[in-house]
Design a protein around this ligand. Structure first.
Ligand SMILES: Nc1ncnc2c1ncn2[C@@H]1O[C@H](COP(=O)(O)OP(=O)(O)OP(=O)(O)O)[C@@H](O)[C@H]1O
Ligand SMILES: O=c1ccn([C@@H]2O[C@H](COP(=O)(O)O)[C@@H](O)[C@H]2O)c(=O)[nH]1
Length: 266
């Protein structure tokens, strides 16, 4: 499958209200991040960004921002989120595509998406991008509920009524997506019921293929710096030798005296 932003753009740009254009033909790496509400997707994505250079895009965050922006879809999005319902794919994918473009990156963690079969098929058809794999944060429901009720980030949907609806949607619509990717050998399941640091150790193991690139990059930066320092050292020595030679040619005696004086001082 062709996975360039350019080809995705070609499809999306046929849409009447699609904005912007994709500047590159780079290969795009996408990792979907899924898990029940409160399983720690956002928390772990922040760690991944720091260590592996991905851009983190939470579709929930993108929809929340859109609902507050006063856009024509704003009220519809807010009402659906308050009911724990899944917003139509074209709305979410348009926001995702814009954010991917604006990031300038080519490696993305797409958090909280695809949530149902419609999301999955639409992303594949429109963006023409297959995920590398799906990171699935698996956590007992009692722990999810405890975390959400203690989150205190002012989210309208972190109340027990909406939380129950979100759990139901996750079981009915998102679990089949996880099964789909599992059948394709693309599911990477993580025990998310453990403390944050322990979960991240498991995440790092799954993302290790991307660390190779980061290490290589770091190593080559180090050798570049060392190489540059050595070059500066050589140039300095060359200048010193040239200066001594010139001084010797024009003031041979003085130089000899200088050397002599220097060797006495030693
Ligand atoms: N491993 C963990 N152990 C205990 N608490 C955690 C852990 N991971 C995250 N939390 C806490 O649980 C809450 C939910 O975490 P987070 O927002 O990362 O989940 P999420 O999966 O992104 O949620 P949502 O799907 O609702 O956006 C936060 O208050 C976070 O600090
Ligand atoms: O792709 C998506 C992502 C989210 N939603 C809606 O937003 C809320 C909150 O999502 P979080 O991932 O917990 O931030 C979710 O319950 C859905 O109503 C969506 O429709 N599509």
């Amino acid at each position: 499958m062709d996975t360039t932003l350019e080809s995705s753009a070609a499809v999306l740009d046929t849409q009447k209200d699609a904005d912007g254009s994709f500047p590159t033909d780079k290969k795009i790496t996408v990792v979907f991040v899924l898990g029940g509400p409160g399983s720690g997707k956002g928390t772990q994505c922040a760690n991944i960004v720091e260590h592996f250079g991905f851009t983190h895009l939470s579709t929930g965050d993108l929809l929340r921002a859109e609902s507050k922006s006063g856009s024509p879809n704003g009220i519809m999005i807010r009402d659906m989120m308050n009911e724990g319902k899944i917003v139509p794919s074209e709305v979410t994918i348009k926001l995702l595509r814009k954010a991917m473009l604006e990031s300038g990156n080519d490696k993305f963690l797409i958090d909280g998406f695809p949530r149902n079969e419609e999301n999955r098929a639409a992303f594949e058809n429109i963006m023409k991008i297959e995920p590398e794999f799906v990171l699935y944060f698996d956590c007992p429901v009692e722990e999810l509920e405890r975390r959400l009720l203690n989150r205190n980030q002012g989210r309208d949907d972190d109340n027990i009524g909406t939380i129950q609806k979100r759990f139901k949607v996750f079981i009915e619509s998102t679990l089949p997506i996880l099964e789909y990717y599992n059948s394709k050998g693309k599911l990477r399941k993580i025990d998310a019921g453990k403390p944050v640091d322990e979960v991240f150790e498991d995440v790092k193991a799954v993302l290790s293929p991307f660390a190779v690139e980061a290490n290589t990059c770091r190593k080559s930066n180090v050798s570049m710096v060392l190489g540059l320092e050595y070059l500066i050292y050589l140039v300095k020595r060359l200048f010193r030798a040239a200066r001594m030679l010139l001084t010797h040619l024009f003031h041979g005696t003085a130089l000899e005296e200088g050397w002599h004086a220097a060797s006495i001082q030693k």
